[in-house]
Design a protein around this ligand. Structure first.
Ligand code: CP
Ligand code: NVA
Length: 308
């Protein structure tokens, strides 16, 4: 049994094997109606709990569909309707759920909740996003980049905007998949130095740049995300928008980057804020392939967790 808590906590070989399996499963079911199971159904007889303490469209639907395609069953639980958060400890919740289900995916706030759940659960736990990281998203992103442009190793990835959970998992992935990252954003919103340190320690070149135009020159992949994450206070909106406006991904910026660059956004996107519609819907954007690949990548993550 394996947890899938963060990209730096799973070995580079296992991460690569997960993506290989995701690609194989994706091609094997090409053309099948979405509700039909895969030809192999390793989750037959297994129950997966999907816990959401924050809203979700992609994570919720892709995990649910993924479990079904693998032959298992899932139950979606809303954090606010559980005893978790109403006085029952996370450790006790983990012990109880482990008696009922075969695997737990959780989207939550503080990373400590995920880690405590994993510590006390007897079944695999998957990180479906915390305030700090979003590893399933970045697995889908690596899969998507490689589908469009080949190996990501040695490539220049530029992340613009808020150094948030998506940016953190991208930096973890830089270390594991051996690519370089330039972060372009304001000093107040830089990614955590510990995470930058992880990537640098693995040999990746991590550059911090204030000038968006300088940052994107020669980029192979351009990534951005919302300027106000689910864990950020609404009252910070205006201040953050003012700081982040110079980092909007628009047509001029994509032209500076060049034709080789693909554009990614984990979605949901705030059109005309962090990215213009012209870029989102333009020829370099692969945002809906990314969304689709959440399904395939997470199916492989679940098989890895259960050793199936
Ligand atoms: N990208 C992503 O995790 O989307 P949801 O919040 O809709 O799950
Ligand atoms: N950074 C965003 C990602 C949403 C999928 C958030 O945490 O709200």
């Amino acid at each position: 049994m394996n947890h899938f808590l963060d990209i730096h906590k799973t070995s580079a070989d296992d991460l690569r094997a997960i993506l290989d399996q995701a690609n194989a499963m994706k091609s094997a079911r090409a053309g099948l109606p979405k509700g039909t199971p895969d030809s192999e159904t390793p989750l037959d007889g297994r129950m997966v709990a999907l816990i959401f303490e924050k809203p979700s469209t992609r994570t919720r639907v892709s995990f649910d569909m993924g479990v079904r395609q693998l032959g298992g069953q899932s139950m979606v639980l809303s954090g606010s309707e559980m005893q978790l958060g109403h006085g029952e400890t996370i450790a006790d919740t983990a012990r109880v759920l482990s008696r009922y289900v075969d695997m737990i995916m959780i989207r939550t706030f503080d990373e400590s909740i995920l880690l405590e759940l994993a510590e006390y659960a007897d079944v695999p736990v998957i990180n479906g996003l915390t305030d700090r990281t979003h590893p399933c998203q970045i697995m889908a992103d690596i899969m998507t980049y490689e589908e469009h442009r080949g190996a990501i190793k040695g490539k220049k990835v530029v992340y613009l905007g808020d150094g948030n959970n998506v940016c953190h998992s991208l930096l973890h992935a830089a270390g594991q998949f051996e690519f370089d990252v330039t972060f372009a954003g304001p000093a107040q919103l830089e990614p955590e130095s510990e995470i930058i340190g992880f990537a640098r320690g693995k040999g990746s070149e991590i550059v911090i740049e204030r000038d968006a135009n300088k940052a994107v020159a020669g980029a192979d992949l351009i990534v951005t995300d919302t300027w106000l994450s689910m864990h950020d206070k609404q009252s910070a909106r205006e201040r953050r928008h003012n700081m982040l406006r110079p980092y909007q991904v628009n047509k001029a910026l994509m032209e500076t980057a060049g034709e080789q660059a693909v554009f990614m956004h984990c979605l949901p996107a705030h059109r005309e804020e962090e990215v213009t519609s012209e870029v989102m819907d333009g020829p370099q954007s692969v945002v809906f392939d990314e969304a689709e690949n959440r399904l395939h990548a997470q199916k492989a993550v679940m098989r890895f967790c259960l050793g199936l």
